[in-house]
Design a protein around this ligand. Sequence first.
Ligand code: CO
Length: 134
Amino acid sequence: MIGRLNHVAIAVPDLEAASATYRETLGAKVSEPLDQPDHGVSVVFVELPNAKVELLHPLGNGSPLTKFLEKNPAGGIHHVCYEVDDILAARDWLKEKGARVLGNGEPKTGAHGKPVLFLHPKDFCGTLVELEQA
Ligand code: CO
């Protein structure tokens, strides 16, 4: 059911330092930081030939990343995002398989302006999974 890997999201305590690491040490193409107040994050996009890496930093109070960074002060992989053709069909399929869809189960508009859903990490090998309708 899942298609391409869209992105791997990495929570980082210092967005500028993380951008410099990807730009200068790894030699990647790195965007300027973009604030996404609806999601409580500032994000830097790292463009790879076959997928993206997103460097995420908390924005504002109550960001979903604050707790994660308390547990992982050096940063760490926060979620992986897989593309699906039809997000509602994917959701129904997953629910039927017993997987837990986070929130109210209705897709939200994600970081790229497309519908997304998140799946419970305990159902997927300890990793938060985002599905994006490509
Ligand atoms: Co994401």
